[in-house]
Design a protein around this ligand. Structure first.
Ligand code: SER
Length: 310
């Protein structure tokens, strides 16, 4: 194998921000190239402005920098996606096709593609959502992820491209903000809590969803990407679970630190998306194949979030 050189597409995003940092620690600054549509003021040197819908632009970056691994994190998420379904489909699929095709043509050794709990629809066991569930997503974002998983599998079977994927729950971290998702409330709630602002929640009190703390999400990603090939039995995307809770339980965990914290509930269109998603994910395959195990529960996450945001 040649020296690992990583390209992160969508590095300004919620996961990209933290994952870039971690990958730099492991592989060294000069071997990790971050890219997104615009440069942030705090971007490090190895940043490239890249529109991943542009095949030639992606190809040029990969060839010029002798990229061996791509983390393709750019996508329009569930809630934002519903405002413009066709454009969301176009962007999510086009960028993935470009990544897969450039990787095939230029022999990229490993590709990471994030999938989501949004792949599941109403016909699954919501209290124990199995890896092998039938996938009938309710959002265009979920549809693009189901299609993406199948394309990842196709490129693996047909061309031997080593694509790996996780079905992320809602990701919660203090370092970065999500944008346009249905699980975003679970990050904003902490930002409001530390400012003593009453939190206006766009989901109903009892809406239980699968969530994961950022450190666990990053560790899962790295463990999957570092696992020996023969340990990866699933080439669509792995279910992974962190914890499950609803807004009311989350508010209660915040009240342990801020007894006066207040929350009100004003469900909007995102409630419909949340209601179509699982409550508890079964991640037995990830546990068996590459020893996945989450470390954070709601209590520990709340403590860590508040300490870091304060
Ligand atoms: N967190 C994402 C969303 O809410 C799910 O993948 O859209």
């Amino acid at each position: 194998m040649s020296k690992t050189v990583i390209l992160i597409i969508g590095s300004n995003g919620q996961l990209g921000t933290v994952l870039s940092e971690e990958l730099r620690k492991i592989y060294g600054d000069s071997y990790v190239i971050t890219s997104d549509l615009f440069k942030r003021i705090d971007s490090v040197d190895n940043f490239i402005k890249l529109d991943a819908t542009d095949f030639k632009a992606v190809e040029e970056v990969v060839v010029k920098n002798k990229i061996t691994q791509i983390y393709h994190l750019a996508a329009i998420l569930s809630a934002k996606g519903e405002q413009n379904p066709l454009a969301t489909w176009d962007l999510n699929m086009k960028t993935l096709f470009n990544v897969l095709e450039v990787s095939r043509l230029h022999k990229v050794e490993r590709v990471f593609f994030p999938s989501s709990i949004a792949v599941f629809g109403n016909n699954v066991d919501k209290e124990n959502t199995l890896q092998s569930s039938n996938l009938t997503p309710s959002s265009v974002y979920g549809m693009s992820k189901v299609a993406g998983e199948n394309w990842a599998h196709y490129y693996y079977v047909k061309y031997g491209l080593d694509v790996r994927s996780l079905r992320y729950p809602g990701v919660i971290g203090y370092q970065s903000l999500p944008g346009g998702g249905t699980t975003d409330y679970a990050v904003s709630i902490y930002h409001e809590a530390i400012k003593n602002i009453e939190f206006d929640c766009f989901l109903a009190a009892k809406t239980t969803l699968p969530m994961i703390y950022m450190d666990d999400a990053i560790r899962a990603t790295l463990e999957l990407m570092e696992a020996p090939k023969e340990r990866i039995s699933i080439r669509t995307s792995y279910n992974i679970a962190g914890m499950s809770f609803n807004p009311e339980e989350m508010a209660a965990s915040i009240k342990e630190h801020y007894p006066d914290f207040k929350i009100k509930y004003n469900p909007d269109f995102r409630q419909g998306i949340a209601d179509s998603w699982p409550k508890i994910i079964n991640d037995t395959d990830a546990r068996n194949d590459w020893n996945w195990k989450p470390e954070y529960d709601l209590k520990l996450m709340t403590k860590t979030m508040i300490e870091n945001l304060k």
